[in-house]
Structure formats: structure tokens, C-alpha cells
Design a protein around this ligand. Sequence first.
Ligand code: KG4
Ligand code: ZN
Length: 367
Amino acid sequence: MGDQLFRQLIIKIRDLQTLILGIESSCDETAAAVVANGQEIRSSIVASQLDVHAKYGGVVPELASREHLRAIVPVVRQALELAGASLPDLSAVAVTVGPGLVGSLLVGVTYAKALCFACKIPLIAANHVEGHIHSVLLENPEIAFPALALVVSGGHTHLFEVREIGDYRLLGKTRDDAAGEAYDKVAKLLGYGYPGGPIIDRLAAFGNPRAVKFTLAKMKGNELDFSFSGLKTAVLRWTEKNDIADEVARRKQLQNPRFEDWLAATPQRTLDLLASFQATVIQELLRRTVVSAEQLGVESVIVAGGVASNRGLRDQAASEKSLSFYFPSPGLATDNAAMIAAAAFPKFQRREFAGFELKAQASLVLA
Ligand code: KG4
Ligand code: ZN
């Protein structure tokens, strides 16, 4: 009798907390995480495929799907183990349905559906971009709405008005490359590995951001849209004028370079180019954000996605005294599944569950 009461009590306590397993496989990271009540990260495992794609200078979709297939079972198992949770403890499984590479998304979606079907757990469909916004909300529940959200990654450069959680309005987006994509393409052109953002960010600190003059994109139509392809072409023109084939070839030959090796293999003129490139990207991102914050009378800005790790962007944002910027902590800026579980929590509260007919949606939009 005592035993039975104890078991009932445990079940009651378990019901008080919502434990969501998040699964993310939209691009080149296989990730799983367990998050309690939309806020407390019990575990977050990310299996990166960087080594697989690095030599191609970008993500190869077919290879990405194959790597997800390899990683998904051990990654989910590790996330559950680290959280001290087993499948019956879960309130729901949340999975990224889009946007992303369709073959990559399919692995996560199919796996999540099978898990939910076999274990009779509710399934929740999460939007990857909304996930990025939640990577910041998860750690900063005090953010007041309406707010702005600038989602800047390898696949997205979007500026949203967040009227409240779940209610977004698209204010502007890139007309060509995403900001992270511009970093990756410039890095490839100059002989640095993939991804380009982290290495350019660190090297830029050693250059003069005013050395090379780049012009900012002028937008016809929606002035809150972004553009990075002109800047990328301007960098290409600079490389042609400065004849840098030798230094690029030297960098391509570096074996497992550490940051000091990259730095030693980068002459001052190239450090100056990188600093000027980075300064222009940051200006492009921040000027539109500041303009729309003024237009809407908004004071809080969420910055999310891989490019939100950028040191220069963080420093520059901190000098905008009229706005409060919120950035994710290091492990939460790039793709992860904790943000997916967090984004699913309000849907769980609304009992917004998905059926087993759920499909991957490569071009899913948030607003
Ligand atoms: O969010 P994420 O992991 O994946 C996508 O959804 O795309 O973002 C990856 C992107 C890559 O393009 C990478 O170069 C960029 O984020 N990135 C950075 C930095 N760290 C990662 N870009 C600029 N500065 C950084 N420190
Ligand atoms: Zn992402």
C-alpha cells in the first residue's frame, strides 16, 4: 500500500513538469535535447558534421542526410541518458519540420514520428527559425513584447517583429545571400576552411575596419531588406586586384591549423580586408534593425542564429545605448535541439500536436 502511494506521488510530480525531447536535423548538425518546462535544459547534445563538409567548403546535402542517419539514434540516446530521463517520462517529442535541407529534415521527422508512434507520446512540429528565437527567450524570460528578432545564420537573415510568443511579423529579409553564407563564401574564396564565420571574426580583430571601403547595399522597395551579394563581389574584385593566389594556396595547405597558424598565414592587407568586410556586414545588419526599432518604438532586440556568436556584432550592438540587445549563450547560437524543445513548449501548453502525416517542409516560413 505504502509502495503504491509512493508510486502515485512520483507520477503526480512527473505530471507537474513538462519534459520535451527536442530533435533537430535541418542542416549539418544532428541534435537532441531534453528541456523541462520550456526553460530548464536538462541535456543538449550536438553531433557536428563539420569534418565531413569542411573539405567541400560548404554543406553537401547528400552527405548531410547520411550523417544524420548515422547519428540520430546515439544522439537521442545520449540526450535522454544525460537528462536522467527515459521515454515514458517525456510529455512530448518536438522535431524541426523546416525550413532546411529536405533530406536532412526527413531523418529527424521520420525518427520523431516513429518514436511517438511506438511510445504513444504526443508529437510537436517546430519551425527552425522560431527555434532560434527561443534560444534567446529560453534564457531571458523577462524580455518584454513587442520586440524585434534578428535571425542571422548560414541559411537566414530575417528581421521580425515579435508581437508576442508565437505571433511574428516579417519586417525584412535578405534578397540574396544570408549573412553567415557571405562569411562562408568569403572564407572559401580566401582559402580558410568551413564554416567561415568564426575564423573571420577572430582574424578581423587584428585588422583595420576602415582600410577597405565597401558601399552598403541600397534597397529599392522594402528598405528593411538586406543584401550581401554585392559585398561578396566587392571582396572578389579586391582579391583580383591584389593578386593573392600565393597566400590563398599556402593557407589551403595548412594541416589542422590552430588560430595562430591562420594568423601567421594572413598578411596585414588581408587582415584589413577581413576587418572591413566584417564591419560592413555588421553595419548592414544593425542599421536596418535600429531603423525598424525606431519606427515601431521597440526597445528589445533578440539576435539569434550562428552569426549571433560574432564578437564584432556583439560589441557594436552594446554601443547602441537606446536598445537592449539579447544574444544566446555560446552553445545556443548555432543549431541545437534545446531551442526546438523550448519553441515547442507554448505549443504543448496549447495542446497543438502534430499527426503522423507530418511532412518535412524545406521552405517553411515563420511569417
Ligand atoms: O545557425 P547555424 O548553426 O546554422 C544555420 O541555420 O545556418 O549558423 C551557421 C552559420 C555559418 O554560416 C557560420 O559561418 C556562421 O553561422 N557563424 C558566424 C560565427 N559563428 C558562426 N558568423 C560570423 N561570426 C561568427 N562568430
Ligand atoms: Zn539554424
